[in-house]
Design a protein around this ligand. Structure first.
Ligand code: CA
Length: 365
């Protein structure tokens, strides 16, 4: 080793020691413990969201185990501490440190939040993860929330949802006119442009409304969670696939000031526990939906249908119009939209070569 190189290394060691001293207060807090609260938009005991592998309760348990008890998180279902959809404001105010929900509930605060859950005709699970983890999506998510003093991580995914339950078959765009359908969010806006009479009902009210004919159609999530509501007993036509929610991301929302107080190793614990739950919850959905779908078709007389091509075409055109309007109104949405769509264009082409061929040629039927 040259003298110069040795000198450089020695200087580096000194610089390192100084840097180490500078971060001492932060490292000293490594022994601190943190007692946090996490609220949810879903009721206590809800499968996938609040109960089971990759759920909010499981996330808290993993964080506590990985941190050896240095972070303890008390988990509250919807309505236990705050109402279902007040998580954004509660985390922003620091009343609670974390909230577990979906970012598309916050489009009234910032429309761009929609892209971090799902947009109609959007990315699938693999593509969404590609954009979030490696395509700039995660950075944009935190950028969008920075003015609100929050950070967020993906921490769950339903995979592709189902179009929903219909009492009568949909044979053309004309059949959507006047159809009373439970469908929340952006997809509701899209359906509304095609004449659907959109109704907003919480999960627990879908079955009685559909059974009594107050509504003609309803979407919820997918086979396992839909069957749990008994929707197959109120409508027989089950339309696939979920054009409106192609891979719905669960969100771990965190107060930025609380986040900044965590030592780096605990931040890594939270981030990695969220990533684990992102994959584990989706795996849970795949297994349970496979079982539930088989049961619905084989034992419960459910008729599976796909939307006719002209209906899909009309929904796609309506989606593009709704998104274009949102982009024109808000520069933050425009920035996120641009990143998402640029990634999607590349990913879709690649998926055509990879997953597309897998599904058409390799996978068994
Ligand atoms: Ca849904």
């Amino acid at each position: 080793m040259s003298t110069q190189r040795r000198k450089f290394l020695a200087q580096g060691l000194v610089a390192g020691a100084v840097a180490g001293a500078a971060v001492m207060p932060r490292e000293a807090s490594a022994q601190s413990t943190f007692s946090w609260k996490m609220t949810s938009a879903y009721p206590k005991g809800s499968p996938f969201y609040m109960d089971g592998p990759g759920s909010a309760v499981d996330l808290a348990r993993r964080i506590e185990a990985m941190s050896n008890g240095r972070i303890r998180i008390q988990v509250f279902g919807a309505g236990e501490l705050i109402p279902a959809f007040e998580g954004f404001d509660a985390v922003r105010a620091g009343t609670v440190e974390m909230n577990h929900a979906n970012s598309y509930f916050w489009t009234g605060r910032t429309f761009a939040a929609q892209y971090f859950t799902a947009v109609p005709f959007g990315l699938n699970f693999q593509g969404m993860n590609g954009w979030l983890y490696d395509g700039g999506g995660q950075q944009l998510w935190n950028e969008v929330y920075a003015p609100f003093g929050m950070v967020a991580f993906p921490c769950g995914n339903t995979g592709v949802q189902m179009t929903g339950w219909f009492k009568r078959e949909i044979k053309s765009v004309a059949d959507l006119k006047g159809l009373k359908m439970r469908i929340p969010g952006l997809a509701g806006q899209v359906y509304a442009t095609l004449g659907v009479d959109v109704r907003l009902l919480p999960g627990g009210e879908i079955f009685p409304a559909l059974e009594r004919g107050v509504i003609d159609a309803a979407e919820f999530v997918g086979p396992f969670l839909d069957r749990r509501l008994g929707l197959q007993k109120a409508a027989k036509f089950y339309y696939t696939t979920g054009w409106h929610e192609t891979a719905t991301v669960s969100e771990l929302l965190i107060n930025k000031a609380a986040w900044d107080k965590l030592p780096r190793d605990l931040q890594a614990v939270v981030e990695n526990a969220a990533a684990a739950c992102n994959v584990i919850s989706e795996a849970w959905c795949q297994r349970n939906n496979a079982e539930a779908m088989e049961d619905l078709v084989k034992n419960q007389g459910v008729q599976v249908r796909t939307l006719p091509d002209d209906v899909v075409k009309a929904l796609r055109a309506a989606t593009n119009k709704v998104l274009a309007d949102a982009v024109a109104k808000d520069p933050v949405t425009a920035k996120v939209h641009k990143s998402y769509m640029a990634f999607k264009q590349k990913y879709d082409a690649w998926a055509g070569y990879s997953e597309g061929v897998y599904h058409s040629r390799i996978r068994g039927s």
